[in-house]
Design a protein around this ligand. Structure first.
Ligand code: BV8
Ligand code: ZN
Length: 244
């Protein structure tokens, strides 16, 4: 795989760089993407149906168990070379902002401290009523654990469909996208809003857009550089080509 010398020299400047990641960047770690059908008990549900306040109101235990299952799945995997390559880029590029839609925490595990978790993190649990974060909770309980402060139901600290994104995280993401020189879109189908509009905001401000994804997306026609393949293979090679 060769990289356009123009892209290489651009990244050596170093530019003000933003990277937005989605479920595809964790696929090579063994985690299913949102597009990939769910398995087992969960195969009968679409993620959008489960990841909603209505679903939690309707059947809190079902949704609690879904996230407990996903936490178990994450416990069984490790970051892949794509996560580590992005962590290395952060070492090499002073103005680097990583924005992720993933709630799996693998970027953090790969050593990425400064990142914007736009949709939250399933390793965090809080009260659905008073927002108090729970230090500890049982995952294999008969009923959904309750808040020690107000007795409300505990829920994962993630953004469900129809819920607003954390204002400070969203504003920081929009600001970074609007003021960057280079915007990487990695492993995301570009369907879920407002995350999917960030790359277009950067493009409209004249940023160079680089797409790394296993298949074309609505962003592909706008991207200056397109790499359709596995992020865990392409990112390490790019880092090697630029800073090797
Ligand atoms: C809100 C956390 C309003 C939970 C998630 C405008 C138009 C239309 C609809 C809307 C709109 N604005 C808002 C909406 C509604 C909705 C939305 O966007 N719906 C979609 C379905 C159309 N948005 C919302 O509801 C948002 N909230 O709007 O609130 C509001 C505002 C103010 C006040 C009150 C309310 C909230 C959205 C966040 C929802 N939560 N996750 C959880 O995870 O359980 S979204 C979740 O799904 C992920 O976080 C992620 O964002 C998304 C999945 O997308 P991807 O990550 O891209 O994954 P996907 O599987 O789709 O694609 C993977 C890609 O990787 C594929 O292209 C594949 O080819 C590629 N790939 C695979 N393997 C590899 C690879 N690429 C490289 N290498 C590989 N190895
Ligand atoms: Zn509470």
């Amino acid at each position: 795989m060769t990289f356009d010398p123009e892209l290489i020299s651009l990244l050596r400047v170093p530019p003000k760089l933003v990277a937005l990641t989605g479920a595809g960047v964790s696929q090579e770690s063994g985690l299913r993407t949102f597009r990939d059908a769910q398995t087992g008990l969960w195969a009968q549900y679409k993620p959008e149906e489960l990841a909603s306040p209505e679903a939690f109101r309707r059947d809190p235990k079902l949704i609690w168990d879904w996230y407990a299952w996903r936490r178990e799945a994450v416990k069984g995997v490790r970051p892949n070379p794509g996560h580590y390559a992005l962590a290395e880029m952060a070492q090499r590029v002073p103005e680097f902002t990583l924005i992720t839609q993933n709630v799996d925490g693998l970027h953090r595990m790969a050593g990425h401290q400064k990142l914007i978790e736009l949709h939250g993190n399933i390793q965090r649990v809080r009260c659905a009523d008073c927002y108090t974060f729970a230090e500890a909770w049982g995952d294999d309980t008969e009923s959904v654990p309750r808040c020690s402060v107000c007795g409300g139901l505990l829920r994962p600290d993630v953004v469900w469909f129809g819920e607003a994104l954390p204002r400070d995280q969203l504003e920081a993401a929009i600001e970074a996208a609007r003021s960057c020189d280079v915007f990487f879109s990695i492993g995301t189908s570009g369907v879920v809003q407002p995350a999917a509009s960030l790359a277009f905001a950067a493009h409209n401000r004249g940023a160079v857009v680089v797409e790394i994804n296993a298949e074309p997306t609505p962003l592909t026609p706008k991207a200056n550089y397109v790499f359709h393949g596995k992020s865990g293979e392409i990112l390490p090679r790019l880092v090697e080509a630029v800073w090797g």
